[in-house]
Ligand binder design. Structure first.
Ligand SMILES: [Zn+2]
Length: 276
C-alpha cells in the first residue's frame, strides 16, 4: 500500500467517524483549505471564528487519530463577490495575523466561482497577499466553465509578467478541481494539478486514472475535496487501490499522486514541518 496524503479536504463539515475511517485507511497528513459554511456568512467575525477553528481546534481533533492537519486560509471564491463583506474579511485576515499562525501553509482556496469581476478583485488581492509573503496558493477552478477559469488565471499570470506588478511563482501554485480540459494548461503553466475524486459531480476514480494515463504522474495529486456534499473522505486510498488494480502504474507512480507530490509541494512552506 502506498503512503497517503489528502491535500484538499474540508474537515469542518466532516465527522469524527470520518477521521477514524481515514486513519484506518492509512491517511497520514491532510490539508484543509478555507471554504464556505454551507450557507452565506453575514459577518467578518464568522470568517474569523472559522479560521480560528481550523488553526487551533482541527489539528487537535486530527491528532487523536494520528493524522497531521494543516490549513490554508482565505476568503473562498463562493463568497468573494459579497461587498463590502469580502473586502473587510480579507483585511481582517491580514491585520489579525491569521496567515502567520502555526500550520497555515497556504493562502486558499482562492479563485473563481461564478466568474465575475468582483470575484476577480478578491482573487488577485489574495494572490498578491500570498506573493508578498512568499506563501503557497491553492486555487479553485469553478464547477461550471472550468476552461474559462483556467484561461482567466493564465491571463492574470501573463498580465503580471508584462507589467511591474507582483510576479507570481507558478511552482508555488496548486490548481485544484482539474478535469480533462484543464489539466494540460495547468501543467504547461508550471503549476501543480489537483484532481478531485468525488462520488458524484466531480471526477470518478476511472476518469482520474484515464487523466493520469494521458498526462503522467509528475506534479499531479489526488484529493477528496470532501465537504458538505455527497463526498468521500477515502477518495485518496480508493484511487490508490484502483490504480493498482489497473496494472498500469508502478508503486512509485501511485505513491507520487497519493502522497509524495503533495509533500513536495507543501514542504515549500516553512510551516509544513511534518516529514515522512
Ligand atoms: Zn474545496
Amino acid at each position: 500500500m502506498p503512503r497517503l496524503f489528502d491535500p484538499h479536504i474540508h474537515m469542518y463539515s466532516r465527522t469524527t467517524n470520518d477521521y477514524e475511517a481515514m486513519s484506518k485507511a492509512g491517511i497520514e497528513v491532510i490539508v484543509q483549505p478555507s471554504f464556505w459554511l454551507g450557507s452565506p456568512r453575514r459577518f467578518v467575525g464568522t470568517f474569523e471564528d472559522y479560521w480560528e477553528n481550523m488553526i487551533s481546534f482541527e489539528p487537535e481533533r486530527a491528532k487523536e487519530f494520528g493524522i497531521e492537519h494543516y490549513s490554508c486560509i482565505s476568503v473562498n471564491p463562493k463568497e468573494a463577490a459579497e461587498r463590502p463583506l469580502a473586502l473587510d474579511a480579507v483585511e481582517a485576515m491580514v491585520k489579525n495575523g491569521y496567515l502567520e499562525r502555526d500550520g497555515v501553509v497556504a493562502v486558499g482556496e482562492i479563485g473563481y466561482d461564478q466568474i465575475n469581476d468582483l470575484e476577480e478583485e478578491i482573487f488577485i488581492k489574495q494572490m498578491d497577499i500570498a506573493s508578498e509573503r512568499h506563501m503557497l496558493m491553492t486555487i479553485h477552478l469553478p464547477h461550471k466553465n472550468k476552461l474559462k477559469g483556467i484561461q482567466n488565471t493564465e491571463r492574470i499570470m501573463n498580465d503580471n509578467l508584462d507589467s511591474n506588478k507582483i510576479k507570481y511563482d507558478s511552482k508555488k501554485m496548486l490548481i485544484d478541481h482539474n478535469v480533462e480540459e484543464t489539466i494540460g494548461k495547468t501543467l504547461e503553466m508550471g503549476m501543480w494539478a489537483g484532481l478531485s475524486v468525488y462520488p458524484v459531480t466531480k471526477l470518478s476514480p476511472d476518469r482520474a486514472i484515464k487523466i493520469l494515463n494521458k498526462y503522467g504522474t509528475e506534479h499531479v495529486m489526488i484529493h477528496s475535496a470532501a465537504d458538505w456534499g455527497r463526498s468521500d473522505p477515502l477518495s485518496v486510498p480508493i484511487v490508490a487501490q484502483e490504480m493498482k488494480k489497473s496494472g498500469g502504474f508502478s508503486e512509485n507512480e501511485i505513491e507520487k499522486v497519493t502522497f509524495s507530490n503533495a509533500v513536495e509541494f507543501f514542504r515549500q512552506s516553512p510551516k509544513f514541518t511534518w516529514r515522512p
